[in-house]
Design a protein around this ligand. Structure first.
Ligand SMILES: N[C@@H](CCC(=O)N[C@@H](CS)C(=O)NCC(=O)O)C(=O)O
Length: 200
C-alpha cells in the first residue's frame, strides 16, 4: 500500500491530526508539505478545495474527520461497536465546531477582538470543555485505549495550551483536569512523542 498525506508545511491543526493518526497506526507515509504557491495550483484538483488529503494507492480522501475515521477503523483505533463509533464521530465533529466558533477578529479593533475572545473563552469554549470532559473516561476518552478522538482532541488542546490564540489564556483549561490529563497522555504516547520530538 502506498500512502501520502498532503497538507501545508505546518505541524498543527487538521494536518497534524492526520499525520499523528498515520504514525500511531504504524503506517509508513509520504509527508507532503505544500507551500502556499503549490497549494494554489493543486486546490482546483482536490475533492473539496481544502487540505488535508490522504492518498491511498492513487485514491484521494478529503475531510480530516473522514481521514481519521478511515485510518482508525482499519487499525484498531476506532471503536468496533457502532454506538461507540458514532460517539467518536460526534467528538471529532465537536472539535470542528470549536474551530468554527473561535472569533477570528476580522474587521475588529484589537480591543474588540480581545473582548470577543475573552467572552468566547468564558462562554462557548468553557461549555465545550465541560461537555467534552463529561465524555472522557480517563486518561483517554475510552479509558486506557487511545482512539482517534484522543488524537483530534490532543491537537486542538495543544494549540490552546501553547497560547496559539491571542486573548484566550491557556489557564482557561485549568478547570478541566480531564482535558489536561488526556493531553498529557497523548503527548506521552511513544509514537506521538517520537513524531513531535523529531520536529524539534
Ligand atoms: N472540513 C475540512 C476543512 C478543511 C480546511 O478548511 N482546511 C484548511 C486548512 S486546515 C485549508 O485547506 N485551507 C486552505 C484553503 O481553504 O484554501 C476538514 O476537516 O478537513
Amino acid at each position: 500500500m502506498t500512502i501520502s498525506l498532503t497538507y501545508f508545511d505546518f505541524d498543527g491543526s487538521r494536518g497534524l491530526e492526520c499525520r499523528l493518526a498515520l504514525t500511531v497506526a504504524g503506517l509508513p507515509f509520504e509527508n507532503i508539505r505544500l507551500s502556499r504557491e503549490q497549494w494554489a495550483a493543486l486546490k482546483p484538483t482536490t475533492p473539496f478545495g481544502a487540505l488535508p488529503i490522504l492518498n491511498v494507492d492513487g485514491r484521494k480522501l478529503a475531510q480530516s474527520n473522514a481521514i481519521l475515521s478511515y485510518i482508525g477503523r482499519g487499525h484498531g483505533l476506532y471503536p468496533a461497536d457502532p454506538w461507540q463509533a458514532a460517539q467518536t464521530d460526534a467528538l471529532l465533529q465537536s472539535v470542528e465546531d470549536l474551530r468554527a466558533k473561535l472569533p477570528e477578529g476580522k474587521g475588529m479593533t484589537e480591543d474588540e477582538k480581545k473582548a470577543a475572545r475573552e467572552a468566547f473563552a468564558a462562554g462557548w469554549l468553557s461549555q465545550w470543555a465541560t461537555t467534552v470532559s463529561d465524555q472522557i473516561a480517563g486518561p483517554f476518552v475510552a479509558g486506557d485505549a487511545l482512539s482517534m478522538a484522543d488524537i483530534k482532541l490532543f491537537v486542538i488542546l495543544r494549540s490552546y495550551l501553547s497560547g496559539t490564540y491571542d486573548h484566550v489564556s491557556p489557564s482557561t483549561f485549568d478547570r478541566f483536569p480531564k482535558l489536561l490529563a488526556l493531553h498529557a497522555a497523548v503527548a506521552a504516547h511513544p509514537a506521538v512523542r517520537g513524531y513531535l520530538d523529531a520536529l524539534k
